[in-house]
Ligand binder design. Structure first.
Ligand SMILES: C[S@@+](CC[C@H](N)C(=O)[O-])C[C@H]1O[C@@H](n2cnc3c(N)ncnc32)[C@H](O)[C@@H]1O
Length: 278
């Protein structure tokens, strides 16, 4: 498990997404997750939708199922599943994100600003759950899994898309890529595939499948870096956000080249886990 040199708390994660709200939406869009390229010819928005569809296929939910979206961002994935008949409850730490999510018009959606680690949900109250790129931000990863196991009904599926430490990351890669990515991206820790599998098993999950889709998602960051460079020239708000010392989260800019490199050289992996609540 990679742990950054400076501790990262839930308040730091909330500030990151609140401060960078406009930047995320103007540069990447309403999905705050990697794109998933299958043919390689997809546009960025299409690739982001494709990751949502992949999670939906893995969840294999039916119309009427209740789903919990752990770290729901702007609610784009939840809305996609609601259009297929699911009832989705989403939590984020960001006020800015929930304000956008609540503007969605699909029925069967509910969004709240709430820490997943103290979610207050009833035991065995959901028929499926998913966490797309949010587990990395959780300070207490055993509790992240324990809470998922608690609120899911027996037999439910739990899908997690996660940034992972590559099993063979070198000391140089940890020092110059993974540790700074954790610090600049407000990740209290970054686990490996083995860490996640052990934590999930301890919480009572049975592994159904694991897919390493690093090669399919890695194009995300070169597109973001290119778009960000363009916005610095054309978008006064983004330029002000990036250049102002008052923007505490602007060090994430330094992670753009690190992420490009880490996903290319295998220091960081992108995994999709499917577990079943025993
Ligand atoms: C990279 S974004 C992903 C958003 C969304 N899943 C998506 O794919 O568009 C990470 C999300 O996790 C949320 N998050 C991180 N830690 C959380 C926590 N402890 N409780 C609730 N949400 C959390 C953040 O607020 C943010 O919405």
């Amino acid at each position: 498990m990679i742990v950054p040199n400076a501790p990262q708390a839930a308040a730091d994660v909330a500030r990151h997404y609140d401060e960078l709200d406009e930047a995320y939406r103007r540069i990447w869009g309403e999905h705050v997750h990697h794109g998933y390229w299958v043919t390689g010819r997809e546009g960025a928005a299409e690739a982001a939708e494709a990751l949502t569809r992949l999670v939906g296929e893995k969840l294999a939910f039916r119309a009427g199922d209740t789903l919990v979206d752990i770290g729901c961002g702007y609610g784009a994935t939840a809305a996609h599943f609601a259009r297929a008949g699911a009832e989705v409850t989403g939590f984020t730490l960001s006020e800015a994100q929930v304000a956008v999510a609540r503007l969605r018009s699909e029925s069967g959606l509910s969004f709240d600003v709430r820490d997943w680690l103290a979610n207050g949900l009833a035991d065995a109250s959901f028929e499926g759950g998913y966490a797309i790129e949010s587990s990395e931000h959780m300070e207490d990863k055993p509790r992240f899994f324990a809470e998922a196991a608690r609120v899911l009904k027996p037999g439910s599926l739990f899908v997690v898309c996660a940034w992972l430490e590559g099993e063979s990351a070198t000391t140089w890669q940890v020092r110059h890529l993974l540790e700074p990515i954790c610090r600049e991206g407000r990740l209290p820790s970054m686990g490996s595939r083995a860490d996640y599998e052990a934590l999930a098993a301890a919480a009572g999950f049975r592994l159904v499948s694991y897919d390493d889709i690093s090669r399919n998602v890695r194009r995300t960051w070169s597109i973001c870096a290119r778009r960000f460079a363009g916005k610095l020239v054309t978008d006064r708000d983004i330029r002000r956000l990036a250049l102002s010392k008052a923007t505490q989260s602007r060090d994430f800019i330094l992670s753009l080249p690190r992420l490009i490199l880490a996903l290319r050289n295998g220091a960081m992996r992108y995994g999709v886990f499917v577990w079943e609540k025993a």
